[in-house]
Structure formats: structure tokens, C-alpha cells
Design a protein around this ligand. Sequence first.
Ligand SMILES: *Cc1c(COP(=O)(O)O)cnc(C)c1O
Length: 430
Amino acid sequence: MSDVKPLGFDTQQIHAGAHPDPATGARQTPIYQTTAYVFRDADHAAALFNLQEVGYIYSRLTNPTVAVLQERIATLEGGIGGVCCSSGHAAQIMALFPLMQPGLNVVVSTRLYGGTITQFSHTIKRFGWSATFVDFDDEAAVAAAIDENTRAIFCESIANPGGYITDIPAIAKIADAAGIPLIVDNTSATPYLCNPIALGATLVVHSTTKYLTGNGTVTGGCVVDSGNFDWGANDKFPSLSQPEPAYHGLVFKDTFGPMAYTFHGIAIGLRDLGMTMNPQAAHYTLMGTETLSLRMQRHVENALELATWLEKDPRVDYVTYAGLPSSPYYGRIETVCPKGAGGLFTIALKGGYDACLKFVDSLEIFSHVANLGDTRSLVIHSASTTHRQLSLEQQEAAGAAPNVVRLSIGIEDVADLKVDLDQALTKATA
Ligand SMILES: *Cc1c(COP(=O)(O)O)cnc(C)c1O
């Protein structure tokens, strides 16, 4: 099939990375529930450990079920390699790890998932790394925040929970000019709605916990490399471009070419940090990816209908969803996520903080949970939960002010969701 046109997204989401099992012919990817793999002989073992031959050694590093998922997500993102991890937060640390050293920093958007703001504000400081938070609508400020110690720019494509869309091509240009990679968290958009690599990003990270799995069963993450960045173009990335003492002096860039970053993630990142995805989790996420496009179409359709309806409701102060023409980010959809602005939005209630709590407690079909991207509709009051550890200023910048509730719209019958929202709004504003 090599001279026909590339396979479409709906075909790739089912087939990429997968082959009938060579031992049994099993059509569905087996769950390789094993820790270790028998070496053919002593020479084979030595070649594997020297990275002269690619194969399976130990499941902290690689596992055949996880490998299928890695190839599938990398293919859907238009990248050349992927490394799966135990969670989205693990993927963020894994993405930065090959690039960073104590004393170095990353320039990040103020509009990020609440847990990411906490991870970047506090926890990464224990490694001697730091993050400089900037409003990514102010391109001059992003450029100005980059100094000689900056090793990456980090943002989300569609930012959760504020209905924000990042101008990825503009930010990618700034990263290129500085000779550093742009990392995009594409969790809320998924590769069906947004392709950060096609828009100029070097690396993509995912919490596969959300839409890629799609039904709230397992946590997971993935780092995808575009293969487009020249790690040796400057002296900023010695772990990739110079002899790496953690792998007996191997030069990843010379040995693996465009796959240098991916091999570094496995051979050093997973080997030493151990934030590995297990094969059961990979199986659930593989099942999810098979229907990704169908689910995302319905998530977007339901979200747009409900956001349009809620915006006109007198009990609602405002709705932030980039799919609405009233959104300041509506104009970015065509470039960044042409198939829709995702399934998440926030609504501000006229009754403020107390009305939000009453609203959340009154919903019946919507579940009150700290998750998103499930087939079922979910709700959370971010200011009292996921964004609780943040200052009021950080909450507002992240689109999680005290009067705001976040909805993750599922794929149920939209008429039923409307009835549920209506009765909860009535109770909340009584
Ligand atoms: C959930 C989420 C994360 C963190 O992922 P986990 O799998 O919960 O660790 C990171 N970024 C975004 C946008 C998320 O929604």
C-alpha cells in the first residue's frame, strides 16, 4: 500500500501499530502480561543491552502491548516516536527530563490544567528546574521571558478549563527563533481535533486518562516526538547531542538520528524514573482509540448545542467555549482545531460561589468528579477542588474563578443533558 495515499485518521485509529499476533494470529492486540522476555542467547542479550538491536528486555522499558499504543498515538499525532507513561503528569516530567538540568527553566502558559500549574510552580523546583508563567496571548512577553537558561516552551492546545485556544503557529515561531522545542499538551483537543506537530510543535504530551481512553477506566500518559528538532544545532541539549554518562557515553543524536529523543525517553527516562505504563492500561487505551473520532464528533456536537443554549439562559452570567462566536478565541478554531473546540466549557452562574455548589449537588446525569473526557457528562467546581491550591489570581488566569463551573460534555442524548442542566440551574438559583 506504499504508493497509495496515506491512510485516513479513522483507519489509523484502529490499525496503526497493530498486527495480528505472530504466535497465535490473534486479531486483537493481546495483553502481554509479562515482566521479562527470554533472550535467544548471551549475544542477543548483550546486543539488546547495548541498544545495537531493538527488542524486549524488561517491561519497565518496553512491552509489546504498550508499544502498539505508543506507535498508534505517535501516528495519529504525525510524530515519529512515542513513549507511554503511567499518567499525564508522568508524561510531563518525562517530556522535560531529556532537556533539563538543575538551574534551567521552561516558559509556560498561565492557562494550564490546575495540577500542571502546581507541578510546575512547586514540585519541579525539587529537581532544580523552574517555570516562568506568561500570558501566551502576549507574544512579546513570551519571547521576553526566554533567557539563556530556557530549554522549552510549554502550553496546551485547547486549555482546560477556560475555553482558551493557544495560537500554536505563533508560539512555535518564537520557539524556533530561540532554538528550543515547543511542547504542547494536546489532552483536551486530542489528535482528532488538533495536530500540534503540523502547526510547528516539536513535542506533544497527553494525559491518555481522558479522551484517548475515553471512558474513565485507567490513567496514562504519552510523549510524542515530531522528529523534526535538531538537538545538535546548539549546545543546549547535551544529554541528546553529547556523550551521555548515564548510558556509558552513548551519543543519542548520532546513534538514533531523529529517534534520539524517543530512545532517550525509554533507555534513560523509563529505565531510571520508572513511570511506566502497564499493559492492562495500554489495552484499555487501545480500545478507546478505536472510536476516538466518533466520540469526539459527538462530544463537540453536544458541547456546541449546550453552550449555545446556556449562553442565552438568564440564570447564566457567561459561557466560555471557543466554539461560540462570542468567544475571543473563536477566530483561532479554523487554524488550530478546525473540527471543533472540544467537549469542555465553563459557565459562570449569577449566584456566584454558593450557587455553583448547589448546582453541582443538584445535577443527576452529570457526575461530580475530578476527571474529564469521559463518555458520560461530568461537572466540577474547579475553585473548590482542582484549582483549590491556587491563588485567586491564578484561578482567574486559569479560567477557574469562584463563580465558574466546568462541564465535560459526554456523548449521551443532548435532550436529556438539557433537562438535567435546566433543573439544576432552577435549584441553584431558587
Ligand atoms: C488530566 C490532565 C493532565 C494530567 O494527567 P493525569 O493523567 O491525571 O496525570 C494534564 N494535562 C491536562 C490538560 C489534563 O486534562
